[in-house]
Every structure is written in structure tokens, then in C-alpha cells.
Design a protein around this ligand. Sequence first.
Ligand code: F6R
Length: 243
Amino acid sequence: MKIIKTANYDEMSRKAANIIAAQMILKPNSVLGLATGSSPVGTYKELIKKNQAGDIDFSDITTVNLDEYRGLPRDNDQSYYYFMNDNLFNHVNIDKSRTHVPNGMVADAEKECGDYEALIKELGGVDLQLLGLGHNGHIGFNEPSAEFDKVTHCVDLQESTIEANKRFFASIDDVPRQAYTMGIGTIMAAKKILVVVSGADKAEIVKKAFTGPVTPNVPASILQMHPDVTVVCDAEAYKMIEA
Ligand code: F6R
């Protein structure tokens, strides 16, 4: 695992975008695994700039997103489908039919999750998976638990995650209680993994996840076992590693 420390969020975003751009240049038909949340927004802005400058081309790129809230319509502005269009896909030359987000409106969780897992396999797997890190160590919506979940599945969100995500909804009661998420096994099967983390509020979990014991209580700790992980971390989030 390589941890790159940056001065701030903007530098983190530029460095992460450069890593993704390099992947796209080296393999123009890459399958990119993408994340939502605050952490990758700056990275997506940088990718848009590079696309508009003609430095990267999305026309042969395929994307698969990590997760989606269960029961939230795609046109709801808090759905991850909406987020991806708004923050990236609407602004680059991607073929939208090659962008994939689990469909939270399919009520049959087993079917939707099974189909999503099969889709990733059919695509030949993920070349580069972008991740954020939850305060409780979750990646995707793989919450701390007694064991690592292997494949795409339906999860009950933990109170801390509902609390963290309420900022995006009118009230805490509007935050969905379940989500469909790639499993830890799905994420670990990606050829390369890139994690973006920023802010003092993530310092404790950064230290635990990336230097502590590997345990399903801290789902991101499994990334220590992956052969090709780069963490791009701002100084605030990095500070307990140095302490
Ligand atoms: C988003 C996702 C989550 C977030 C994590 C961090 O698709 O899967 O694991 O990456 O909750 O969220 P932010 O970046 O908002 O702190």
C-alpha cells in the first residue's frame, strides 16, 4: 500500500485525477469503479477539466459504481445515479450506456445484486476502483461487521452512516435505511485501488484502517492485503499516522 500525503483537498483531488488519467491514457477502454460522496467530487472536477482540455477521453471508458440507496428513484437528487450524472457524466464525453450504478428501485435485492455482480464479471472486472473512506471504516456501504461480505449485496446502513449522510437530505427520516453495495470481495478483485481521504475527522480511521489490524470491524483494513492500493490523503487526515 502506498500512502501519498498532500497539503490539502485540492492537491489530493489533482493527484487522484492524475492517477486516473494515467490509467485512462494507458488503457483507453478501462473499466473504472467509481464512488460518490464528498471525497471524490474534486477528483471528478479535475477529470472534467482534463477531458475538456483534450487530455483524456471517456469515449471507450466503462464505469461501475460502488453502491446505491435502496428505494430511492434515480431522478431523486440524492440518488447516487443522479450524483454521478451531475458530478461527472453530464460533463464528459462518456457513452452513458456504459455507465452503471446499481438500481435501487429494483425491489428484488437478490436479483439486482446478482445481476450487478455478473455485469462486473462480464466486463472483465474493474481496472481501477476509486474509493472514499467512511468514518467507521466502511468502503462502499460495507459496514463494520463480524465478517467480510464477498459479493454485491443489500445492507442495512448503520446509525453512524445515516447520521453522516443526513446532511444531504431534508431530515434524518428521509435518509434511506438500506443500500445495494459491491462486496469486499468485489472491491478486492479490482486490479488497482485508489482511495481518496481528507479532513481531520478521518484521521483516526485512516490510522486504524491502514496501519492497524486487518479486521471486518474496520472493513477498509482489508485493503492492506491488496497488491496495488494507493491512498491519497490530505495532511489533516494523515496526521495520526505521523503522530
Ligand atoms: C460512496 C461510498 C462511501 C463513501 C464514504 C465516504 O459511494 O461508497 O463509502 O465513500 O462514506 O464518504 P465521504 O466522501 O462523503 O466522506
